[in-house]
Design a protein. Structure first.
Length: 336
């Protein structure tokens, strides 16, 4: 250990000497301090939230250098970051990285008045937030134009793209239209005519896709296009027709005691009402006679006729367009 003193000299002479207060230890510096920066740390060190950070910085220097770590110009917080030093390297360790660990870390090795320093930029990333103000700008044909703004929280990393999805209002099943899309506006095409759609958008960065998406407040309805069909105007045909007998009512000769029938056919529109007469007398209330009408075929059934039932039978058809009559004669024979 040595003391040193210094005197000042001018033309008038020499001053009183000034002596160092403390003795100075004389040591030989065998190796200058030098940091060997790993190649992967020369660029920004990127980690995801929750990952472990373990930075090893080798150095040289004899005698053993003093190692000083700082973050953004301030001493490290030992509660947040652990540092371990040896004769040949220094290690910075973060058990579970958080976004506030991002920054510029500097490490300096010192031997007396000689030193070496390097800086490491650390970026801790998280998933981004969803985009802002997603809205439908225009709807035309089979297309919808969308527009949005970048997320308020980019997750401490550059936004690399967006994922755009669509859903039919009826099913609300989401299908991806674009992924890794870089712009903040797009046109969704090939939509189905007559359907109504909602849209949602996710943000993406190097850490992944946002947990949530932003959905459009309003839906987009794809209108049915083309010429409206107009029903041709036809003059309604009048199918009204007065009754007309199409099959004659022939004369009959029957045997007493056996049921007999008289038949004819008629047409008319609207459907005519049918009346049966015997010798101009209405048969409607007589239980001896049964009257049938099926598809225009008219039948009068006479139950077990007797000679008294012989005579002139008339069938009359009436509707709002007119009326028609047809006659026949019935003979009833008594078996010998």
């Amino acid at each position: 250990k040595l003391y040193f003193r210094v005197t000042a000299i001018n033309l008038a002479g020499t001053s009183q000497p000034a002596i160092t207060k403390e003795p100075i230890t004389i040591r030989e510096i065998l190796q200058r301090p030098k940091i060997w920066m790993p190649r992967n740390l020369r660029q920004t060190l990127m980690r995801k939230v929750g990952e472990t950070v373990n930075i090893v910085i080798p150095f040289q220097g004899k005698p053993r250098p003093k190692v000083i770590w700082t973050k953004d110009g301030q001493p490290l917080d030992s509660k947040e970051v652990a540092v371990r030093n040896s004769n040949t390297d220094t290690i910075l360790f973060i058990r579970k990285a958080e976004r506030h660990h991002s920054g510029i870390y500097e490490v300096e090795v010192q031997i007396e008045n000689m030193s070496d320093k390097v800086a490491i930029t650390m970026q801790i990333m998280d998933k981004p937030g969803p985009p802002q103000n997603v809205k439908i700008v225009d709807v035309w044909g089979f297309n919808v134009a969308l527009e949005w703004k970048p997320p308020q929280d980019d997750g401490n990393a550059q936004i690399t793209g967006y994922t755009i999805q669509k859903a039919d209002k009826k099913t609300m099943e989401w299908y991806t239209v674009f992924d890794h899309y870089r712009r903040t506006n797009c046109v969704v095409s090939d939509l189905i005519m007559g359907n109504e759609y909602y849209f949602r958008i996710f943000s993406e960065n190097l850490c992944g896709m946002s947990e949530n998406a932003t959905t459009t407040k309003n839906s987009a309805y794809i209108k049915k296009t083309g010429t409206d069909y107009k029903h041709p105007s036809y003059k309604q045909h009048d199918f009204s027709e007065a009754p007309k007998f199409t099959h004659p009512l022939p004369d009959r000769s029957v045997i007493a005691g056996y049921n007999a029938t008289l038949s004819c056919a008629v047409r008319g529109s609207p459907k005519p009402k049918i009346f049966w007469f015997k010798n101009k007398m209405d048969l409607s209330g007589d239980a001896k006679y049964r009257m049938f009408s099926k598809h225009g075929v008219l039948t009068l059934e006479i139950r077990k006729p007797s000679p008294f039932d012989a005579g002139l039978y008339t069938c009359k058809a009436v509707n709002e367009c007119g009326e028609a009559e047809i006659e026949c004669r019935l003979d009833v024979r008594v078996p010998q």
